[in-house]
Design a protein around this ligand. Structure first.
Ligand SMILES: [Zn+2]
Ligand SMILES: [Zn+2]
Length: 298
């Protein structure tokens, strides 16, 4: 996603001889589920001008690299994903937050909770401006550092702020979709630009799928998944809203294997729940993809 990424590489330097002797964890065998659904992965085409991969020469991340990397793993004290709405939301927007909450709980197979919304007034005048399109914008870094990083809701594993207003990362930028600190497991995204000026019953599903894609992508980063460069996947980097719209809502087989090695859920149960969710909410692209996966795992 077009996002300023505070990606703090943890340089692992151990001088502890005891630790150095530890045998590395063995790479788990690939379960049949992942081999089966791999047949539905669609290889990424050559990037063209404007695509994320055209301007970002990323190498991707294999399952082995992910497995050996340092990333969070849910524990009994750290296993809840939180959403914190920021601003005032109308009934349709509230419905989308409710649907996002449900989706994330299915996608990650973890408990997900939506906190009470906080007023935009928590942002001081020094961290606001009127953007060059005439709309009010909030400084994303202020929300991240002075609001979200300070919150410690019970058993939090990840916290996603969702702003009603547009965001900007620094004075020279026009806007930003979101900002995240993966090390702190917090991020903030704005729904402002997803709505094409106004959320209506006509653009509700398009806007919903944008929120589902970007939120699962950002939280995926918090669980240590890098951008996917092999197949159509919700972990593909995207440069623009139109690229996000074209990108898949599905995690490819390799990324599903990564997430499953971290969260250890029942893959079939997750897939069936996603299918039902897409069906209930008339999200046909997602539904078609889940149906194809269900066919190959029979
Ligand atoms: Zn990303
Ligand atoms: Zn992937």
């Amino acid at each position: 996603m077009k996002i300023i990424i505070i990606f703090l590489l943890t340089i692992f330097c151990s001088c502890n001889k005891e630790k150095a002797k530890e045998t590395p964890k063995e790479i788990p065998k690939e379960a049949p589920y992942f081999q089966q659904i791999k047949s539905n992965d669609v290889k990424l085409g050559e990037p063209v001008y404007g695509d994320w991969l055209f301007s970002h020469k990323e190498k991707g991340q294999t399952f082995e690299q992910y497995f050996r990397s340092k990333h969070i793993i849910p524990t009994k004290d750290s296993n809840v994903i939180y959403i914190r709405p920021i601003g005032s939301f109308n009934a349709l927007q509230k419905k989308q937050i409710e649907l996002l909450n449900e989706y994330l709980s299915i996608f990650f197979q973890l408990e997900t909770k939506t906190l009470e919304s906080v007023s935009n007034n928590i942002v001081p005048a020094s961290a606001r401006r009127i953007g060059n399109e005439g709309n009010e914008q909030l400084l994303a870094g202020y929300l991240l550092d002075s609001v979200l990083k300070k919150e410690k809701p019970l058993n939090r594993i990840a916290l996603m702020g969702l702003s009603e207003l547009d965001l900007f990362p620094q004075p020279s930028w026009n806007y930003v979709f979101g900002l995240a600190s993966y090390q702190n497991k917090v991020g903030v995204s704005s729904i402002y630009r997803f709505q094409d000026n106004k959320l209506t019953s006509e653009n509700f599903n398009l806007c919903l799928s944008r929120i589902l894609k970007t939120s699962s992508h950002e939280i995926g980063h918090m669980f240590g998944l890098h951008h996917c460069t092999t197949a159509d996947c919700v972990m593909n980097g995207t440069n623009s809203l139109s690229e996000t719209d074209k990108s898949s809502i599905r995690l490819c087989a390799v990324c599903q294997r990564k997430l499953n090695s971290c969260i250890q859920y029942d893959n079939k149960k997750r897939l069936t729940a996603l299918e039902k969710y897409f069906e209930r909410n008339n999200l046909t692209d997602g539904l078609d993809l889940m149906k194809k996966d269900i066919v190959v795992i029979q």
